[in-house]
Design a protein around this ligand. Structure first.
Ligand code: GLT
Ligand code: MN
Ligand code: MN
Length: 386
């Protein structure tokens, strides 16, 4: 009943199911699997697609011949399993060369190398079918503001994005960029810390139409923010090009938990939003299994992400069809028409009429809104008793 199907567009990064469970305090707990093995694992659990960083697939020091062999094997695994590659990205954070950032590094040679690496990674992503290209600037930040001028950092990021947009246009690629914000980790503070920052930044680019966002549940939660509101703002602006689904306890380190495993109500309203508005992009799970798991546990993790999404999708349909909820919504949004004359665009006449109108402020303030009842009905649907 909750079986994943291609139309659900469930995708995983190679780095997600491929995580070997290394953390700042501990060594890997799982043997690494090859990209080909990971494609087969994802096919086994029913995923639709697989995404990757350049170096998840091709090691940073591979020769051109090695690259070609790896890419050919990967393409064969995709053909065998039917998996697609909707998104690709660049690793601009693991190698020591990026310890002070890539596009925002103080060293112009590092900035140039980051551009070169990204152009090559874009070529690789496009070769494998990617239509969305993600930028997550994990190292684009500081531990001390003595180190970098934050205005300069924004200018360097803009210069890089403008350069890469022109590169994509020049190549004739059908590719959109999606910028992914994160407030901190691995840097003390990362520039353009939230999806809201990114949305403002995008409008300053030479080709804003090519660039949107890739919001991630955990990253907005790390900033103490309401993820749904970030997603809704991106959607309303026509900028929701991709989404990273996972979970995260507020106030903790970067956890990347299985989707819906921690904040059930937030996950519910998120799924309901994506389904209600008809978001057509990938549902990408950027998370990893607990460090306690072997690869059977990794499959449980991946299946759990998709299954929870589909359960919440069904709950959203139930919520939308619930007569009592709908009656409450109708009451909440009722309009007696008494303010029709003031609605819409400004005119001097409207403003004058509105200034002269009288309102029963006390009565308006006394009205009960029944949100307690509405939320309890929501909880009862989620808890399975309704
Ligand atoms: C990294 C990060 C994610 C980003 C990935 C894309 S890599 O795991 O934690 O949030 O989406 O670069
Ligand atoms: Mn993350
Ligand atoms: Mn992510």
């Amino acid at each position: 009943m909750y079986e994943p199907k291609p139309e659900h567009k469930f995708t995983f990064g190679l780095w997600t199911v491929g995580s070997v469970g290394r953390d700042p305090f501990g060594e890997p707990v799982r043997q690494p699997l090859s990209p080909v093995e990971l494609v087969h694992l994802l096919a086994e659990v029913g995923a639709y697609g697989v995404n990757f960083h350049d170096n998840d697939l091709v090691p940073i020091d591979a020769t051109p011949a090695e690259r070609d062999r790896i890419v050919a094997e990967f393409k064969k695994a995709l053909a065998e399993t039917g998996l697609v590659v909707p998104m690709a990205t660049t690793n601009l954070f693991s190698d020591p060369v990026f310890k002070d950032g890539a596009f925002t590094s103080n060293d112009p040679r590092v900035r140039a190398y980051a551009l070169q690496k990204t152009m090559r990674a874009i070529d690789l992503g496009v070769e494998l079918g990617a239509r969305v290209y993600v930028f997550w600037g994990g190292r684009e930040g500081v531990e001390t503001d003595a180190a970098k001028d934050p205005v300069e950092a924004i200018k360097r990021t803009r210069e890089a994005m403008n350069f890469l947009c022109e590169y994509v246009l020049d190549q004739g690629y059908d590719l959109k960029f999606a910028l992914e914000a994160k407030p901190n980790e691995p840097r003390g503070d990362i520039y353009n810390a939230t999806t809201g920052h990114m949305l403002a930044f995008i409008e300053t680019l030479d080709h804003p139409e090519m660039v949107g966002v890739n919001p991630e549940v955990a990253h907005e939660h790390m900033a103490g923010l309401n993820f749904l509101h970030a997603v809704a703002q991106a959607w309303e602006a026509g900028k929701l090009f991709h989404i990273d689904l996972n979970d995260q306890a507020f106030g903790r380190y970067d956890q990347d938990l299985r989707f819906g495993s921690h904040n059930i109500k937030s996950a519910f309203f998120l799924v309901k939003f994506l389904e209600d508005v008809g978001y057509e992009g990938s549902r990408h799970f950027d998370a990893h299994a607990y460090r306690t798991e072997d690869y059977e546990g990794v499959k449980d993790f991946a299946r759990g992400c998709m299954r929870t999404y589909l359960i919440l999708k069904e709950k959203a349909e139930q919520w939308n069809a619930d007569p009592e909820i709908q009656a409450l919504l109708a009451e909440i949004n009722a309009d007696d028409g008494s303010t029709d004359a003031f609605k819409g665009a400004y005119s001097a006449e409207k403003a004058a009429a509105l200034k002269a109108a009288s309102f029963d402020r006390v009565a308006l303030g006394r009205r009960g809104l029944a949100y307690e009842r509405l939320d309890q009905l929501t909880m009862e649907i989620l808890l399975g008793v309704r």
